[in-house]
Design a protein. Structure first.
Length: 411
């Protein structure tokens, strides 16, 4: 089937039309350029939890109990909190303090059935924990003479890959923005009778769900509506045959599968559908239907440097080859390399052997060691390259295509 026919076919599908309209619609956070700005998300959560009519804080406590039950060690440690029946509990003296208490993102003192508790919420959107940050927060809060078992630390993040050893060692209860949507946001939206409040929450949910370019996590959640239409899209019989046809006839080159404005959209839909199947743990679909879909992603990259063809099995390997060539053979400085890639939203961090000793043991685990043919080593922080979201890889491909001045070509 030709590309034009493929594009026309997608445009006729009701599920595709809905998904396309949803993902191309603007929202206020995206227009303001703050959709992945950590401070903006923390400010929204402060507003949400201070609005007592929404009962959002009570829903957060219910979600917290659910997450604690998933870990026996946590359940034992937070026994006094777990014994509370949150739905019937009386919450009072609620306050939400932003970064004024020991630089904690959200410091939430409250009384639950006349007992003092404190929620310590650390919010991570694009970053990871650094140093002894989490431990220091708890030490400072303990100075307030609040019983340890009444301090409820939450580590809110986009992906489980942001959950480090420090999070677990300090007994922070990790939850993702997907958890926040499922357990709090959609429930508050469902129960809200205020049109203005409903509009604000809908806009926020839309900003979490929709694509943002040039970031590690381009989409943060999958809404219930998206799940419905994504399942509709990939359960369409013609769609299944189409996936299989492209897989068999075009050597799994998914770049043939679509083009133009629909390319980025379909990349996002593929990635989100995969995530849905993983979350639902539907082994049959993973082994059967998804296997056909994901084989389209197993692309090999062919690079030409000074007329010498090079085959790469991954985008990371391809990036390493290019960095090695520019650094060792073209004498590009690391600063120049970093500046170049930063402009194109790739952002690898490059560390030489000489500077490696200045990197803490906690930070070292995020770097990949690269051994070059001349015996030299370079350490590259690019963990985002393993992300499921393929639009990140598009940024890298675009960067490489713009390196033609150095005699580098990607095909």
């Amino acid at each position: 089937m030709e590309k034009e026919n493929l594009n026309n076919y997608f445009e006729q599908l009701l599920a595709f039309k809905w998904l396309k309209e949803y993902h191309t619609r603007k929202n206020y956070m995206k227009l303001l350029g703050v959709s992945r700005w950590e401070l903006a998300h923390s400010n929204f959560l402060k507003w949400l939890f201070l609005n007592e009519d929404l009962l959002a804080l009570k829903k957060l406590l219910g979600l917290l109990q659910k997450k604690i039950l998933e870990n026996t060690i946590y359940a034992k440690h937070y026994h006094s909190f777990m014994s509370i029946q949150v739905d019937c509990a009386n919450l009072s003296r609620i306050n939400v303090i932003r970064e004024k208490m020991y630089h904690i993102d959200l410091f939430i003192p409250l009384q639950i059935n006349d007992e003092n508790f404190v929620i310590v919420l650390e919010n991570k959107v694009e970053s990871f924990v650094h140093g002894n940050q989490l431990q220091e927060y708890l030490r400072n809060v303990e100075k307030l003479n609040i019983p340890t078992e009444h301090i409820l630390p939450i580590y809110l993040c986009v992906s489980d890959e942001q959950v480090t050893k420090e999070v677990e060692e300090n007994l922070y209860v990790s939850m993702t923005y997907q958890d926040l949507y499922d357990g709090v946001l959609k429930e508050v939206l469902r129960d809200s009778q205020d049109d203005e409040v409903g509009f604000i929450i809908k806009e926020y949910i839309h900003s979490l769900s929709c694509y943002t370019s040039g970031v590690s996590y381009s989409t943060m959640i999958i809404t219930n509506e998206e799940k419905y239409y994504l399942k509709e899209l990939f359960s369409d019989e013609k769609m299944k045959k189409l996936v299989e046809e492209v897989s068999l006839q075009h050597r799994n080159d998914y770049s043939f599968f679509y083009y133009g404005e629909n390319k980025m959209l379909l990349d996002i839909f593929f990635a989100k559908y995969k995530k849905i199947l993983e979350l639902e743990n539907n082994q049959f679909l993973i082994q059967d239907q998804l296997k056909k879909i994901l084989t389209l992603k197993s692309r090999r990259y062919y690079l030409t440097i000074n007329n010498q063809p090079i085959e790469c099995s991954s985008i990371k390997q391809l990036l390493v080859k290019i960095i090695g060539y520019l650094y060792f053979e073209q004498n590009c400085s690391l600063d120049k390399l970093a500046d170049y890639f930063n402009r194109l939203y790739v952002n690898p961090l490059l560390i030489t052997e000489e500077n490696w000793q200045n990197i803490s043991s906690e930070q070292r685990k995020w770097y990949d060691q690269v051994n070059f043919s001349n015996g030299m080593k370079l350490y590259i922080f690019a963990s985002w390259l393993s992300s499921d979201y393929p639009e990140l890889k598009e940024n890298i491909e675009r960067s490489i295509l713009e390196l033609a001045d150095y005699g580098i070509f990607l095909y």
